[in-house]
Each structure stands twice: as C-alpha cells, then as structure tokens.
Design a protein around this ligand. Structure first.
Ligand code: GTQ
Length: 348
C-alpha cells in the first residue's frame, strides 16, 4: 500500500530465497500480495457486457435441435462474463443463463442448494412446478425457486419458451455448500392449486429503500401484468428518481424482505428521454430489458439495448441509463447477501 525504498540487490536475493522456503511450507509473505488482496475499492475482474437476444436466440434454437430438455436435464446457454470465462458466472457471485423448453418437453424434477429465479423472455404455454404448485409462465413473469425446493419445467403449448435463469451457484460454491439430487420421477405430484399462494397474499404494498415504492406478490410467481400495473401507477403518481426512474424491488410476502436470501430483484420504468445520473454500487447487477429501447453506460462503455437483451454491470463501475422510448428494465443482484454481511454500498 505504501511506497518503500528500493532494496539492494543482496536484499532482493535474500528475500527471494526466503520466499522459496516459505512456499515450501504452504505459506506466503503478505506484503507481496497485500495491495491486490485488500483493495482500496472494488476492482472487479468482471467486464460490462451485453448479450443481444437476436444473437443468442438462434444459438438457443440450434441447441433445441441438437439436444432434448430431458437429455440435457436443463437446456441452457450459460451467459459467461467475458472477464472471467470458463467458470459459468456472469458476476463473481451469480450465474445466469437462457433456458429453452420446446413444446411437449419436460425438464425433470430436481432440487439443489442453489436458489434460482426465472424471468420469462419469450413464449406462452410453459409452466414451472415448485414445491407441489405449478405456475404458468408468461413473458415478463418473475418466478422463484427457493433453495432445496423440488422443481421441474414443462411446455404444454405450441411454441418455444425461453427464460432467463439467475442462480446463486457461485455463492453456494464459495462456501463449498452445494447439494443436489433428482426427484426420481419426471414431474412432482401437485399438492396445491395454481394461484393458491396468490390468493393467500394478495397485492399488499410494503416500504422499500427507493422512494418509488415496492411490489409484493405470491410465494413463487410475480406476474408481469401486476408488475406493469404497479409501474404504471407509480409512473403516474410517484416521483421519478434521477438515477433509477421509477424503481421497485420484488418483496417476498412471507418475510417482507428480498425474494431470496442471496438474490434481490428489481424492476424499473424509465420515461422516454430519461437521462439518468450515474450511480455505483457494490452489487454487480444483471439487467434484462423488457420494453422500450435505450442505452446504458457502464464504466464509460455504452450498451444499446432493446427488449430481451441481457446486460451486466460489474461492481462499482458507474452506471447510467438513457431511455429512447418509455422502457422497462428487470434486474437482479446479490444485494441481500451483501447487506446481510454489512458490505453493500451505493453512491450517487
Ligand atoms: O432450471 O433448475 O440455468 O438447476 C442451471 C441449473 C437452471 C434449473 C439453470 C439449474 C436450472
């Protein structure tokens, strides 16, 4: 961290010899690694990046012709951050992928320690079953698969269905706490009617950290229809934040907190012509454009987006949104995990 005087040749040689002996004992001198280990501020290896849907969709459809959902277990094209290729991560803490299920297919039931979210991108007629309850998937719906709940997906319709998967796999693996198992049969028995959870909880509003408002929903599914209504209401009545526009966070009605312990999810409406002030936060964020067109600048790099495009903003890079037309962005991050550990920061 601090500058030191340049050591003599002899000292350098003596140190090198010492380091070799340290190395042989599974030890290392902190002073040689300190500045890269305890950084003054986040120095993410992740890069900002975008996956345009028009580029990824044809690849997904090719995958659809090459492997069945059953054979693959989950037919997913993983979105890999270009700064950390080869580890199936979109950020240091999160996994993201685009999952395809074709008409008539079933992705067999299993469960794992990792928590998952689905954000439906394209197609009608699919369902996901979580813990004995099936939820129909419609574009824009946000669906939870909490840790260790059995889940399977099926497509009973006539068109391909695609959704964005977000999982906390890197967090689970950071802690070496991964478990997974198949259910044993393709689909799990249904123990509840679709919408049971919805009837239980209704549409209560809870306070949130943004001035704009919040969105509550049933245990597992937050239908886009309601999200859109809430956004429209807030757009008409609420203030438009200089950074976030009209932004809500999804709330788990059972706890009043984030949807899952490790993953927070958000949805924001940006009016036509909106030019957001920059913000930096310690939670790297995955965005999925739902409606409209715009440009997001992340660490000085600009990314043009339209419906169904996915992009990622790494930790602590300034992020600012510009909306060319009225737009809706869905996003998720590890914010609840960082908050629980006392690490989360945001500065405007
Ligand atoms: O649908 O259960 O993208 O287990 C990765 C792992 C989806 C899933 C993924 C999974 C799933």
């Amino acid at each position: 961290m601090q500058s030191r005087e340049e050591p003599t040749h002899e000292v350098k040689e003596a140190r090198r010899a010492f380091y070799t002996r340290l190395d042989a004992r599974n030890t290392t001198p902190l002073w040689e690694v300190m500045s890269g280990l305890v950084t003054r501020e986040p120095a993410s290896k992740c890069l900002p990046a975008i996956w345009h849907y028009e580029t990824v969709r044809p690849l997904l459809m090719e995958a659809g012709a090459l492997i069945t959902a059953k054979e693959a277990e989950r037919r997913v094209i993983v979105l890999e951050n270009p700064g950390i290729r080869g580890v199936s991560q979109i950020t240091q803490s999160l996994y993201a992928g685009l999952q395809l299920i074709l008409p008539g297919e079933v992705a067999p039931s299993h469960r794992h320690a990792a928590s998952a979210l689905r954000f439906v991108i394209e197609g009608e007629g699919a369902y996901t079953a979580v813990d004995g309850e099936r939820t129909r998937m419609h574009p824009g719906d946000f669906i939870l698969t909490p840790s260790w709940t059995f889940h399977d997906h099926g497509n009973e319709g006539s068109e391909p269905v695609v959704w964005l998967d977000g999982l906390d796999v890197p967090i689970v693996n950071l802690f070496d706490s991964s478990f997974a198992e198949p259910y044993g049969e393709e689909s799990q028995p249904l123990s509840r009617q679709e919408g049971d959870a919805l009837a239980r909880f209704g549409a209560n509003l809870l306070p949130v950290e943004y001035r704009s408002g919040s969105l509550s929903a049933p245990t597992f599914c937050y239908p886009y229809e309601r999200t859109r209504e809430a956004l429209a209401w807030l757009a008409a009545h609420g203030p438009v934040d200089d950074v976030h526009g009209v932004k809500m966070q999804y709330v788990n009605p059972a706890s009043g907190g984030y949807p899952m312990p490790t993953i927070g999810a958000f949805v924001q409406w940006l009016p036509k012509g909106f030019t957001g002030a920059p913000v930096r936060a310690t939670d790297s964020t995955v965005f999925c454009a739902v409606e409209g067109r715009g440009t997001t600048t992340i660490g000085g790099q600009s990314f043009d987006w339209g419906p169904r495009d996915v992009f990622v903003a790494p930790s602590w890079l300034p992020v600012s949104h510009r909306a060319e037309t009225d737009s809706v962005l869905f996003s998720f991050s590890d914010r609840p995990a960082q908050k629980a550990l006392g690490l989360w920061r945001e500065t405007r």
